[in-house]
Ligand binder design. Structure first.
Ligand code: DAH
Length: 344
């Protein structure tokens, strides 16, 4: 016996015991360096074999190799198990619950007034009208003066006005100023529709908003008649509502048309038999219209003896309200999704 055998036995026993306490990869590596590394315990022992008597060396060497193999196998086994458990831990941490319901994405939708505007413009485009736009901050001259509504004229009471820079700059109270703007920058024949926001200094209630939309229409040519105007408006109503809808024209006053009129259609809710929406009359007032006043033509440098025109103006809010039996205009701009979602 060289003593090497018992040293190896102690070494292997301690090594195996220590290894059992290694609970992570780092501890296992430290253990490996201590026992099996280049300057570890086994290597030390192997070096000391050189000092033994010649005949003892082979068996001591064999015993040392066996001890080394035992520790090596134990180490690999431990590493394997540590790797497995750390992988298991990572899998557990990254676990995804595939049964969990996803987060719902809400569909966006177009605003009911946008839908109505698009429909109105589509119908007029089909009849050969071009779509154009104008400024919301407008000059008094276009909003009133050019339209035959001079300062101090009592007709100004029809439009309660927000002034941006009194008395000459204001928020347009209607889209009619675009009649003058378009006529100034182009030559007849003209056929245009102008959608846009309008503003009025007004107390809000179920049928009044301080901001709302209008669509203005204007045609200028030689020899236009009231029949042309009525034909266009009836064709519009038949596509906007239903093909047999009846239209009613009655005299009305607007300073920029002569003669002026309003057009009513059969109530789309009761189709004329009388209901809450039309206040039992069977009719809904829809728009103002008329033949362009000669003074308006003169104001933009046109010769009323050479050309004439017709104009009309309507409110998409009102059209949407009668189509869907909505009784409060404030719903459109209250941003309540429960209301807005119903149109898409
Ligand atoms: N601008 C008018 C309003 O806001 C509506 C209107 C009436 C427009 C008659 C027109 C028209 O073009 O001919 O009350």
């Amino acid at each position: 016996m060289t003593g090497i055998d018992s040293k190896l036995k102690v070494l292997v026993d301690n090594g195996l015991k220590d290894l059992n306490h290694c609970s992570d990869e780092q501890a296992a590596e430290t253990w490996h360096a201590k026992y099996l590394g280049r300057s570890g315990a086994i290597a030390d022992l192997m070096r000391s074999i050189g000092q033994l008597d010649r005949e003892d060396r082979p068996s001591a060497g064999q015993a040392a190799n066996e001890a080394k193999a035992t520790l090596e196998a134990a180490y690999l086994d431990r590493r394997g198990r540590l790797d497995e458990s750390s992988l298991a831990r990572r899998i557990e941490a990254d676990r995804v619950d595939v049964t969990m319901p996803g987060r719902r994405l809400h569909d966006g939708g177009l605003h009911p007034i946008t839908l109505t505007l698009r429909r109105i413009l589509e119908i007029f485009r089909d009849m050969g009208f071009q779509v154009t736009e104008g400024p919301e901050v407008e000059l008094d001259w276009y909003n009133f003066e050019a339209l035959n509504i001079p300062a101090e004229h009592p007709a100004r009471d029809m439009w309660d006005t927000f002034y941006v820079q009194p008395p000459s700059v204001l928020l347009r109270t209607h889209t009619s100023p675009n009649q003058a703007r378009v006529m100034q920058r182009s030559k007849p024949p003209i056929r245009i529709v102008v959608p846009g926001r309008c503003y009025r200094y007004e107390a809000q209630d179920a049928s009044h908003e301080w901001m709302f939309y209008q669509v203005e229409g204007l045609a200028v040519d030689a020899g236009l008649t009231m029949a042309d105007l009525k034909g266009v408006l009836v064709a519009f109503a038949q596509r906007m509502f239903w093909p047999e809808v009846q239209c009613r024209f009655r005299c009305d006053y607007f300073p920029f048309v002569e003669p002026g009129m309003e057009m009513s259609v059969q109530c789309p809710i009761c189709r004329g038999s009388g209901c809450r929406v039309c206040k039992m009359s069977g009719w809904i007032e829809l728009l103002g219209a008329g033949m362009v006043h000669p003074q308006v033509l003169r104001n933009v440098g046109y010769d009323p003896d050479a050309v004439n025109g017709f104009a009309f103006g309507m409110g998409p809010e009102r059209i949407t309200m009668v189509k869907h039996a909505i009784d409060d205009i404030r719903l459109f701009y209250g941003n309540d999704l429960r209301f807005l979602k119903q149109f898409n």
